[in-house]
Design a protein around this ligand. Structure first.
Ligand SMILES: Nc1ncnc2c1ncn2[C@@H]1O[C@H](COP(=O)(O)OP(=O)(O)O)[C@@H](O)[C@H]1O
Ligand SMILES: [Mg+2]
Length: 570
């Protein structure tokens, strides 16, 4: 994690020196008190007393400036480290393959980036300096006390083993307790995020009570974990404080005896009392820091784990740029599964010549989407190979591959922003005329022109103020604008009315004349003109051919087609 501090090394160094100065001055002031009491005050030397008082004032002014500088520098660095860490995490998370995101709850990932990073930062910026500063101060105080009067110092230090014992007892429990708070916190945010995304379903099924109950559960579990962790500090911190006060009593007793017997000066005892006081302040601070550290470590582990999650799909070191794609796609004996022992695609052999349109049809859950996902290398095959223009997709850089591919997925995602921005997502530099041209091809213009702000209409998060069909049209326009060499349309028009669908099909046919397209269709009427139709069933391609050919075969395609035809003519 120190890597994240390195860019700000100079400021950290500045904070470090400010801290050294502050510690030194903290050490010096009780000594000045002793000097004043045992010297000028005892001797009635006015001039010397003025001098010591002025010195004291100067020391406090410097202390004030040093501690201000230290705080300023630490917050300055802290906020930057925080932002850098989040940026690094976000980059990394974006690079993680879909297989990772399939298996991880969004809210939990969010809690990593927001809360866990926050606590780590506390440790990194504040903690490091406090740790070194307080340790140095402690060492300094010990040395000064020993040199002032080693007998009294040793008696005072008799209390230290008790503090060590208390800390050791606390430490073991604290680690477990604080780790639990991080896990429970992530769980709670996860539940909250999921319920917010599912709010429509919750309300539709009038399930508010049961989801509230479930949230109450995770919320209370989170509360209990925090209470447990806190109550440890409630016992621990006062214990340390008590031991500090006990040390004061010891100094008062033995130091007082020394003064009465004449072996110690009054100034020394007063300085001792001040040092004991200053001694237990960093001890308390350190033990508080210990609590922060436990939380940070627990959070840090998670963040580091996340940062170290190797993308299961990553570019080979010698991966090369995908050259401009012609569009030939070859599946050779492709085997694929999301989870072990649950094959989703088996022995897929499919050759798609460049510039052709392939349609995938078949029942729900047959593996059509999975097949299309492999082409964009969202997942890797488990066996066989998938080649585009004769190049194995595993041998080229993912981004150079995907940049030439357009995907309209079965659940279109719309970002918050204007309609134009959403279409422009496929080609950020595109001008408004290009956006409108793509929009017209996808029939977006049809409904956009009725909106008062047209293409500048703001869309809510996830396209909440659009119909699903409209969202689909926008995501088709987005893919068209990106001008892909290979276009994948996964039930892209399933929620669009039949007339509009037919219009889009026509437009696409012209647009796609020279490109390869993979179209997954629900309504067979839309793909009858495809060059190749594959009927996918239970992970296999069980029939392949052109429309008329397949009808003539009177197999599965014929059956599917008949059924839809009958439905339509009803
Ligand atoms: N991300 C995923 N993780 C695990 N299993 C999945 C995932 N996506 C799909 N599946 C499973 O793979 C099978 C094929 O799904 P899919 O390719 O989406 O079918 P289709 O698009 O033909 O309806 C289904 O049995 C489904 O349960
Ligand atoms: Mg599907």
């Amino acid at each position: 994690m120190l890597v994240f501090i390195r860019p700000y090394a100079w400021r950290m160094l500045g904070a470090f020196f400010a801290m050294l100065l502050a510690s030194g001055l903290t050490l010096a002031t009780p000594y000045l008190v002793k000097l004043a009491i045992d010297g000028p005050i005892a001797n009635g030397d006015y001039a010397a007393l003025d001098e010591v008082a002025l010195l004291m004032l100067g020391a406090f002014v410097c202390l004030y400036a040093a501690s201000m500088a230290q705080r300023y520098l630490l917050s300055w660095v802290g906020q930057r480290v925080l932002a850098d860490l989040r940026a690094a995490l976000f980059r990394h998370i974006q690079a993680l393959p879909l297989a990772y995101h399939d298996q991880h709850i969004i809210g939990v990932t969010i809690s990593r980036v927001i809360s866990d990073v926050g606590v780590i930062n506390q440790l990194l910026s504040q903690g490091l300096i406090t740790l070194t500063g307080d340790s140095l101060l402690l060492a300094g105080i010990v040395l000064v006390m020993l040199s002032l009067n080693w007998q009294l110092a040793l008696i005072t230090f008799a209390i230290i083993p008790l503090i060590v014992l208390a800390t050791a007892l606390f430490a073991r429990r604290a680690k477990r307790a604080f780790r639990k708070t991080r896990a429970r916190n992530a769980h709670m945010i996860g539940d909250l995020a999921e319920n917010l995304s599912g709010i429509r379903v919750i309300q539709a099924f009038a399930n508010e009570d049961s989801t509230s109950e479930k949230f109450d559960e995770v919320n209370q579990a989170n509360r209990d974990a925090h209470i447990e962790a806190m109550s440890l500090s409630f016992v621990f911190l006062p214990t340390v404080e008590f031991l500090g006060v006990a040390a004061t009593a010891i100094v008062l007793l033995f130091g007082g005896l020394g003064v009465v017997e004449g072996s110690l000066t009054l100034g020394t005892v007063i300085a001792f009392l001040a040092y004991v006081n200053r001694f237990f302040l960093p001890v308390q601070e350190l033990s508080q820091l210990y609590a922060t550290m436990q939380t940070a470590m627990a959070g840090g582990e998670r963040v580091i784990n996340l940062l170290h999650t190797e993308p299961a799909i990553s570019d080979k070191t010698d991966a090369r740029q995908m050259p401009p794609i012609e569009g030939r796609i070859d599946f050779q004996q492709v085997q694929f599964s999301y989870r072990q022992d649950e094959p989703v695609l088996r022995d897929i052999d499919l050759s798609i010549p460049a510039g052709t349109m392939v349609a995938l049809v078949g029942p729900t859950g047959a593996g059509k989407t999975s097949l299309a996902n492999l082409v964009a290398r969202f997942y890797d095959v488990n066996g066989g190979s998938l080649q585009i223009d004769g190049l194995d997709v595993r041998d080229v850089q993912q981004r150079s591959l995907r940049a030439q591919m357009g995907l309209v997925s079965q659940d279109p995602f719309i970002f918050a922003g204007s309609i134009a921005d959403n279409i422009r997502f496929g080609k950020p530099a595109a001008g408004l005329d290009e956006v409108i041209a793509a929009g017209d091809l996808a029939n977006v213009g049809e409904f956009v022109n009725d909106l008062p702000l047209g293409y500048n209409t703001e869309i809510f998060e996830d396209g909440a103020n659009l119909s699903v069909g409209q969202r689909q049209l926008i995501s088709i326009a987005r893919a068209i604008l990106a001008d892909p060499r290979i276009l994948i349309m996964d039930e892209a028009t399933s929620s669009v009315d039949m007339v509009t669908e037919a219009l889009i099909q026509d437009a696409l046919r012209k647009l796609l004349a020279q490109r390869t397209s993979i179209v997954i269709a629900h309504r067979l009427s839309t793909i009858t003109t495809a060059d190749i139709i594959c009927v996918v069933d239970e992970g296999c391609i069980c029939e392949m051919g052109a429309h008329q050919e397949l009808l003539a075969r009177r197999g599965m395609y014929y059956e599917l087609y008949q059924r839809q035809f009958v439905e339509v003519s009803d």
